[in-house]
Design a binder for this molecule. Sequence first.
Ligand SMILES: Nc1ncnc2c1ncn2[C@@H]1O[C@H](COP(=O)(O)OP(=O)(O)O)[C@@H](O)[C@H]1O
Ligand SMILES: [Mg+2]
Length: 311
Amino acid sequence: MPAIIDISDLSKTYATGYQALTGVDLQIREGEIFALLGPNGAGKTTLISILCGIVRPTAGVVRVGGHDILRDYRAARALIGLVPQELTTDAFESVWATVCFSRGLFGKPPNPAYLEEILRQLSLWDKRHSKIMTLSGGMKRRLLIAKALSHEPRVLFLDEPTAGVDVGLRRDMWALVRRLQMDGVTIILTTHYIEEAEEMADRVGVINKGEIVLVEDKAALMRKLGKKQLTLQLQAPLAELPPGLMRRGVELAKGGEEIIYTYDASAAEGEHAGIVSLLEDLDMAGVAFKDLHTTQSSLEDIFVDLLKGGR
Ligand SMILES: Nc1ncnc2c1ncn2[C@@H]1O[C@H](COP(=O)(O)OP(=O)(O)O)[C@@H](O)[C@H]1O
Ligand SMILES: [Mg+2]
């Protein structure tokens, strides 16, 4: 798949002197759903704002659909729809006027049938004559999505789309995102909910302190992340693992007081067999334990682990 967005060596230092992005290289493939995961302050909004021409990069090159976002701003920007993190809306306009105006801004000829379809998909059609100030928070967010789609962009950015959003909107949003993908639209969403990435994305990128620390296919990432651990507290500490217990995933911890067995949580069948044979081998080796417990690395743990550079 060709890259529709090509970011190379992008850096941003704000006027305060704060370096929000450092040497970001990232290619987004045409037609994919890409989730950019990162904690608050990681630089997600800064990155999206640069791609949309709202924030000026300090260094680096960004191309959208082959257009340089600085030298060829209008052509690049016309390909992009942005659903911003913050709600910003002109209170006195009607819903219909807002989407028509937004489309016009990009020099697109009127297309009432298309705008109607978008509003219907977002359950906003009945509100088309309402003034924005009368809409609920959820409706305003739907309108931001409709606005972002009004000029039929090829790339859609959703910046923390589901933070503080109700279940109905969340469901509608994902359904819409899937439909857009089927129409060939490329979708980039930022989130600090790893579950969201898990549900939607084809690929996941992790950003921390302004640096991309990982980019991977979701399936591979989830396999890697889905680890479980069995911890055995030994009755007597061991200086080293007995030969009969040396195998993949088994290690001595806490100065020899614990044995930790780490295994793949997705291998449900192998899990039981692996534990049973480990316990048999412990018995054979004459190692007694006084307690055992299992833990599953929470998505939170995994995330923290990734950000620390462990893996
Ligand atoms: N206009 C600005 N001026 C100075 N610092 C900023 C500005 N915007 C964002 N920052 C800082 O840059 C860092 C990244 O912010 P942001 O891109 O909003 O992160 P995220 O969206 O991942 O939460 C934060 O430390 C933030 O305080
Ligand atoms: Mg943000």
